[in-house]
Design a protein around this ligand. Structure first.
Ligand SMILES: NC(=O)c1ccc[n+]([C@@H]2O[C@H](COP(=O)([O-])OP(=O)(O)OC[C@H]3O[C@@H](n4cnc5c(N)ncnc54)[C@H](OP(=O)(O)O)[C@@H]3O)[C@@H](O)[C@H]2O)c1
Length: 309
């Protein structure tokens, strides 16, 4: 079988199509034949070695985390999935490799694919939706009437965060770049600011939560935008941001890994139309190397980029 893999950390030139084998599904594991796999910033950050403290030095490493496909085999103790089920899910970032013909994952990292969604739409959801869930529902505690500001409201995480917040009755304001204004307005963000206008973010009041999807909002400025008791939610911690934030009870981190338990609820919301995946480009797996490199270089589409098999 073929997958996208690399033998050393580094840039896009390190990726190649390699042969690999999967062991039989062990206890609690499910083997899935992949129909679609979505590209996330996490994929190239892992390849660049940004998390090598956690991922170790064993190579080759497979690339890709989010996928959708059909169950081929189940291991002992798996009761929620059967051979032939249509599923979607995400691989643990320490053993990624979803840009591949088949994957072996823990059953806890899977959910049934809503029949209303294509494989590509389902594959586009896990990391972005789990992160948005942890940020907006678990950390920001979105509720009717809450005022939430989203910095970077038009990316994969930001767009789903708006939908989750609005579904909970919250009011969403935010900031985006010029190319994203139309989609952010259509999603209901109001008022909507340009990043260069950050001093105006509180012109129409302060917020119960500020969610920075990009890691570009000054943490001190974010704190100044909060109502008493409000929280600043960060998904791009750096040592400097952590230092600034960790001393404050208003600073909250959110990670996709904390959201795996929400995958079945995310499937339900996507099935009933509350969460609406946006696909910008579907490309064949055979083009994976150039498509991943272009996405990493910042090629803009109207949604997620998904590889199809
Ligand atoms: N902590 C975690 O577990 C976790 C999980 C997921 C993501 N993250 C991180 O959060 C950040 C955002 O992730 P993301 O998946 O939302 O990234 P993304 O989809 O690439 O969006 C990032 C920004 O790119 C611009 N953009 C919007 N649509 C675009 C498109 N179609 N093509 C190219 N650029 C587009 C937008 O900014 P403009 O306003 O400028 O248009 C958007 O806010 C990344 O740094 C990622 O690594 C962290």
């Amino acid at each position: 079988m073929k997958r996208v893999q690399y033998d050393r950390h580094g840039g896009p030139e390190k990726m190649y199509f390699g042969d690999y084998d999967l062991p039989p599904a062990g206890d609690g594991e499910v083997r899935v034949s992949v129909n679609a796999a979505a590209i996330n910033p996490l994929d190239w950050k892992l390849r660049q070695g940004a998390m090598k403290l956690f991922t170790g030095r064993r190579f080759p490493k497979g690339m890709g985390t989010d996928f959708a496909g059909i169950v081929e085999a189940v291991g002992g103790g798996v009761v929620d999935f059967r051979v032939g089920d249509e599923v979607f899910g995400t691989m643990d970032f320490k053993r990624s490799g979803a840009f591949a013909e088949a994957v072996l994952v823990e059953a806890a990292h899977l959910a049934k694919k809503p029949p209303q969604l294509s494989f590509a739409e389902a594959a586009s959801l896990p990391i972005a939706a789990m992160t948005a869930w942890v940020a907006i529902i678990d950390r920001a505690k979105a509720r009717p009437g809450a005022r939430i500001f989203i910095n970077g409201c038009s990316g994969a995480v930001g767009a789903l965060a708006i939908q989750l917040a609005v579904s909970r009755g919250a009011h969403v304001a935010g900031a985006c770049g010029p190319a994203s204004r139309e989609s952010a307005r259509a999603a209901g963000v109001s008022p909507l600011f340009h990043y260069s206008d950050s001093q105006a973010y509180t012109r129409q009041g302060t917020y119960d939560a500020v969610f920075d999807t990009l890691g570009t909002l000054d943490v001190g400025h974010g704190f100044a935008m909060l109502n008493p008791g409000g929280v600043f939610v960060d998904i791009n911690p750096t040592p400097a941001r952590l230092l600034r934030g960790v001393l404050s009870r208003r600073y909250k981190l959110a990670f996709a890994t904390m959201g795996i338990k929400h995958l079945p609820a995310i499937a339900e919301l996507a099935g009933n139309g509350t969460l609406r995946p946006a696909i910008g480009l579907e490309a064949p797996f055979t083009d994976a190397l150039s498509v991943i490199a272009d996405t990493e270089a910042g090629r803009r589409t109207s949604g997620k980029t998904v590889l199809t098999f």
